[in-house]
Write a protein that binds this ligand. Structure first.
Ligand SMILES: Cc1cc2nc3c(=O)[nH]c(=O)nc-3n(C[C@H](O)[C@H](O)[C@H](O)COP(=O)(O)O)c2cc1C
Length: 204
């Protein structure tokens, strides 16, 4: 709909696009991997969850479930199990990461939002991805740091991890799709990692 490269289109002036706050928030969001220990506020959390549930879903099915974990001990327990499971994968880089005491899957974020989708519904991965993106954009708008991640899915590779499903309130028949770590960022946002430019075909 918008041509961000420079032309005026659909009656939206070029200048307006350059200063559009939503577009600025989208452009400035980065994956944050260092957080301050303080918890985010309840209004901030509720704003993030409202944004999550405002996401589009196929046929408006909303076959997603959100588990908000703010209990540091539980977060650390999940990290221990993820690392145990990571070590079992037999891949050199994973083995190295799993044995690194500094590696924390959620980067010590005070809040972890796990998103699961109904395994029987179609397109739930897309739906959950849209919800995750809404969360990270909302977080950026609130000046919070965030990181979408799939590695927490390793939690459910072992019996020990699956035993936590009940405690995490993951409905029966739902599987982890991705997790968003959220908190106040420690330090500045990193620069945007390079983007491939040759990934668009314009047919007009
Ligand atoms: C589906 C998906 C899975 C990801 N999984 C992880 C992850 O497990 N751990 C992590 O640190 N970052 C993860 N990321 C973040 C990406 O590494 C990051 O988005 C990418 O490097 C681009 O950086 P940016 O988000 O700052 O633009 C994931 C992102 C996506 C979209």
């Amino acid at each position: 709909m918008y041509n961000l490269v420079g032309h005026t289109c659909l009656g939206v002036r070029e200048e307006t696009m350059r200063t559009n706050q939503t577009l600025e928030v989208i452009k400035h969001r980065r994956s944050i991997r260092s957080f301050q220990p303080e918890q985010i506020t309840e209004p901030q959390l509720q704003a993030l969850m409202e944004a999550a549930m405002a996401a589009p879903s196929a046929l408006n099915q909303q076959k997603w479930h959100f588990t908000v974990v703010g209990d540091r001990a539980l977060i650390d327990l999940m990290v221990d199990i993820v690392k145990e499971n990571m070590a079992k994968l037999g891949h050199e880089s994973f083995t190295k990461r799993a044995s690194d005491p500094a590696y924390h899957t959620f980067y010590h974020a005070p809040t972890v939002i796990m998103i699961s989708g109904d395994e029987k519904a179609m397109f739930t991965q897309v739906d959950c991805g849209a919800a995750a993106e809404n969360i990270v954009i909302a977080a950026q708008a609130l000046d919070l740091g965030s990181c979408i991640m799939t590695s927490p899915g390793l939690l459910f590779m072992s019996e020990k991890g699956n035993e936590l499903r009940g405690r995490l309130g993951i409905p029966v028949g739902y599987n982890h799709v991705c997790t968003v770590a959220v908190g106040r960022r420690r330090g500045d946002s990193p620069p945007m990692p390079p983007r491939n430019k040759d990934v668009v075909t314009y047919v007009r």
